[in-house]
Ligand binder design. Structure first.
Ligand SMILES: [Zn+2]
Length: 172
């Protein structure tokens, strides 16, 4: 899958699921990471290492689980305080770490979505980072018309879904 399709698809999935633009945007940025890190680390030889160590899910999942647990204990909106009717986020070590954890969490969600999306495009590492296995039938070809159409259709579906959801909220 192309970088742009990963970004659009992951935005659509998170926005569709949460209805929140900031987590969706952060996830969209994270969805570019697993491919771009290969180019940064391996340079021109990135193709040799494509979808290997950078596409191995356990480190992403472990870190996402840890930050998720941290956010559960320190909920991001809970940090907003009200003084005399004015809302503000106190700047201190706690709010800074919670903000960092919030961004890191959604960024990791984007990375994990990238891996899930790639599984439909070819073999992925599963048990060990250096050996790729075919998980699903390879349905799509990278750069094909199908992935472009699919990513944009998912985005349109997510926006419509959220619009209908919001409209229903007004009616009821
Ligand atoms: Zn990839």
């Amino acid at each position: 899958m192309l970088g742009a399709s990963h970004a659009i698809m992951s935005f659509a999935l998170v926005y569709g699921a949460t209805g929140r633009v900031i987590p969706a945007s952060v996830a969209s940025a994270g969805a570019i990471f697993p491919d771009s890190i290969e180019r940064i680390v391996c340079g021109r030889r990135w193709m040799k290492y494509h979808r290997k160590w950078s596409h191995w899910f356990p480190p992403y999942l472990a870190l996402a689980w840890l930050t998720g647990k941290y956010l559960e204990a320190n909920p991001f909106p809970g940090l907003i305080e009200s003084i005399g009717g004015d809302l503000y986020v106190p700047v201190g070590p706690k709010s800074i770490t919670a903000t960092a954890a919030f961004f890191l969490f959604w960024w990791l969600v984007g990375c994990l979505l990238h891996l899930a999306e790639d599984a439909f495009f070819g073999p992925m590492p599963l048990l060990v980072p250096w050996k790729r296995q075919r998980l699903f039938l390879q349905v799509f070809k990278t750069g094909g018309l199908a992935e472009r159409v699919m990513a944009r259709a998912a985005l349109a579906a997510a926006v419509v879904l959220r619009y209908v959801d919001a409209a229903a909220g007004i009616v009821v």
